[in-house]
Design a protein around this ligand. Structure first.
Ligand code: ADP
Ligand code: MG
Length: 213
């Protein structure tokens, strides 16, 4: 269970996160809504360990992880402008984190097949990533993030910039995928319809700060 407690972040003396608190429990998918520039990505980066806080604490299952480096948190990320590694095929992209962690080839191969099935791309392992459609590339990015079995998934506007039909199809798939993967997630979005479509619970960043309690 994730607890963000009273977190403040300022840039150049301007407060972006003002005593923000958020908890995400069990396997719930929480959508974090707010207008552009309100600090959604900053909060996600705090959770990811990519952004220092001026004050406040991040806890996982009661343990203070505020100073824990990103790679030790075992959280998965998918960002809007997710770049796949262009000189590797789909399987190598998905298996990248596992190989870095020293997982043996056979285990990587079997996990990659499992993930390709999960994201609806069975048989795509040997495809050159530069030949994928936008929707397929998103699925590969999601599979890559899920591969090391993260304990929390962080998604920053993963569906922004897709055309409407593809957006709605991927939103439904993402909802199902996160439930099948059985892990908690925070989905950042500026789109209330997308939030309602995917998440179990919708929170507004503006309601998480000190002024609102
Ligand atoms: P959102 O994701 O809700 O659009 P962000 O978290 O990206 O908002 O940004 C919130 C505010 O903080 C914006 O005004 C942005 O310009 C500012 N900001 C974000 N990161 C930095 C940074 N590294 N340095 C200075 N200002 C930043
Ligand atoms: Mg953002």
């Amino acid at each position: 269970m994730l607890h963000v407690v009273d977190v403040c972040v300022s840039f150049d003396g301007r407060t972006v996160l003002d005593h923000v608190s958020l908890h995400v429990g069990g396997n719930e998918v929480v959508a974090l809504l707010g207008p552009s520039g309100s600090g959604k990505s900053t909060l996600l980066r705090v959770v990811a360990g990519l952004q220092d806080v001026s004050s406040g604490v991040v806890r996982w299952d009661g343990t203070d992880i505020t100073q824990e480096p990103t790679h030790r948190r075992r959280f998965g990320f998918v960002f809007q402008d997710e770049q796949l590694f262009p000189h590797r095929d789909v399987a190598a992209n998905i298996g990248f984190g596992l190989r870095m962690a020293g997982t043996d080839r056979a285990s990587v191969a079997s996990r990659v097949s499992e993930l390709l099935a999960l994201v609806g791309l069975p048989g795509f392992g040997e495809r050159d990533v530069t030949t994928l459609s936008g929707g397929e590339a998103k699925r590969v990015a999601l599979a890559r993030a899920l591969a090391p079995k993260p304990r929390l998934m962080l998604l920053d506007e993963p569906l922004t910039g897709l055309d409407a039909a593809l957006h709605d199809r991927l939103a439904d798939d993402l909802r199902n995928l996160l439930r099948q993967a059985g892990l908690p997630a925070i989905l950042v979005t500026h789109d209330p319809a997308e939030a309602a479509r995917i998440a179990d619970r919708v929170v507004h960043l503006g309601d998480l700060g000190s002024g609102s309690r």
